[in-house]
Design a protein around this ligand. Structure first.
Ligand SMILES: [Zn+2]
Length: 149
């Protein structure tokens, strides 16, 4: 945060509180160079991330649910739990980086598949088979063929 008086980048926070509508956080800062006090508004990082489902209803993003899906897909595949945490982090971050602060369950599913495809083919197929709810054996073998090409 640049000081509004002298432009110095270092300041200390002397007070912070949520804004009235709870969408941002108001911070009083004091410049470490000149002592000037100014106020900044930062978007709340814990503002809930919404997930839009196939039926157009939405729910608050649930990281536990995502981790659960990853753990099931990766069962007995010797993938470090930290690697799954990292996938969940990346998915959550990319969802939060869009301006709407929402993501569709479909996008989450395809992000998971992209990540799993890179680390473990079996985990990928397990996840994809649940996620895509294969209609036919043809569809399944198309996916498998796509992996080896
Ligand atoms: Zn200053």
């Amino acid at each position: 945060m640049r000081c509004t008086a002298c432009g110095n980048l270092e300041s200390k926070v002397i007070d912070s509180r949520p804004s009235e509508d709870n969408s941002s956080i108001r911070r009083r800062r004091e410049c470490l160079a000149c002592g000037h006090r100014f106020t900044t508004y930062e978007r709340m990082t814990d503002c809930p991330l919404m997930v839009t489902k196939a039926d157009n209803s939405s729910e608050v993003f649930d990281r536990t649910k995502l981790m659960h899906g990853l753990i099931i897909a990766c069962a007995k595949r010797h993938i470090a739990p930290s690697q799954l945490e990292q996938i969940a982090d990346e998915i959550e971050n990319s969802a939060r980086n869009n301006t709407k602060n929402e993501i569709s369950s479909r996008e989450i599913g395809s992000l998971v598949m992209q990540h799993l495809a890179k680390i473990d083919v079996v985990a990928y197929i397990r996840f994809a088979s649940v996620y895509k709810k294969f209609d036919s054996i043809q569809e399944f073998s198309d996916i498998v063929k796509g992996l080896s090409s």
